[in-house]
Design a protein. Structure first.
Length: 320
């Protein structure tokens, strides 16, 4: 049996106080007598962590306020193109997925001029990008760096928290003192992403950084500040990678982001000989060792003497 919904549309730029017959199946996230607000108000309510995307909507559409009636195929294409100019392809995939999930809730309300075609307008191909890690010497440079202002201090503290605990940024942001067991010297939390429990030894420097990490920040700003900090620390050696859909040689600081801390911790533990299953559990990967391996980057320098001997250049070979 299909239950009908009486929904009042308010300030949508199409029709006010119109009564529409919807179904709970069509509108799974709406409830009876739900009043649909203006586009930007709905967006802020549904996506509080991604309010910054409204800025790009306005820029792409050339308006001071986005309205439902503006969501045409052409304008959604403009939005996607604007994001592609500002972010890596994989980030655009994520942001477009957020937009599609939002629009899906209203696709049967006649509010969207694009109808169900919004999916094609916001379709983005995911491209692989190589990631870098920071070695322990580079992490020491960050630890010793004197931040210039409150923002740098808080973001540096957040980054080091992620490094010391192998946790994602979202998990550090949601962590409280209740997750820290001082008597046992461990951190315990349930991953926001995997919903798996992680137990990590309490690093000697974690608490100091944890209490200075500050407020939640949008990821773009976080990454921009970390790149700046790493540049000031001299982490600028050229690195050749496949990045943003093409092969590039970039200074290392340009490749640093929030996930770099977690990858670096996993890699540095692996270099110290910590078994992969142990690292996987600390990263909330559970038994998924293959996932953990993707985080670890080992270069030729980390080969032992026997391994390096295999590649040793013998000048006599070139004379034969």
């Amino acid at each position: 049996m299909t239950e009908s919904l009486t929904t009042t549309y308010v300030g949508c730029g199409i029709a006010d106080n119109r009564i529409g017959q919807l179904t709970l199946l069509d509108m799974p996230n709406l409830t009876k007598n739900y009043t649909i607000m203006k586009f930007e108000q709905e967006w802020e309510k549904v996506n509080p962590k991604h309010v910054f995307l409204l800025k790009y909507f306005r820029e792409a559409l050339g308006t001071s306020e986005v309205e439902w009636s503006m969501l045409t195929i052409r304008n959604l294409n403009k939005m996607r193109e604007t994001l592609e100019k500002k972010y890596a392809a994989n980030s655009v995939v994520t942001y477009c997925a957020i937009i599609k999930a939002f629009l899906a809730q209203f696709v049967d309300t006649d509010l969207l001029p694009c109808g169900k075609d919004y999916k094609n307008a916001l379709k983005v191909k995911k491209t692989p990008s190589e990631q870098i890690t920071l070695n322990e010497t580079e992490i020491a440079l960050l630890e010793n760096y004197e931040p210039k202002g409150e923002t740098e201090a808080e973001i540096k503290a957040q980054f080091l928290c992620e490094y010391y605990s192998l946790a994602r940024a979202s998990d550090i942001e949601n962590m409280t003192d209740e997750n820290i067991d001082l008597d046992r010297g461990i951190i315990t939390y349930v991953s926001q992403k995997t919903k798996k429990t992680a137990v990590v030894p309490l690093h000697r420097n974690f608490l100091q950084c944890f209490h200075h990490r500050g407020k939640k920040r949008n990821r773009w700003h976080y990454n921009w500040v970390m790149k700046k900090i790493c540049r000031k620390c001299g982490i600028d050696q050229p690195v050749k990678v496949f990045y943003h859909g093409k092969e590039q040689t970039l200074p290392k600081y340009e490749l640093v982001g929030s996930h770099t801390a977690r990858r670096s911790a996993a890699t540095n533990l692996a270099k110290r000989g910590v078994p992969l299953p142990t690292i996987a559990k600390m990263m909330s990967h559970g038994q998924d060792i293959a996932m953990t391996q993707r985080y670890i980057w080992i270069d030729e320098i980390d080969l032992d003497d026997a391994g390096k001997g295999f590649f040793e250049w013998n000048i006599s070979c070139s004379l034969e």
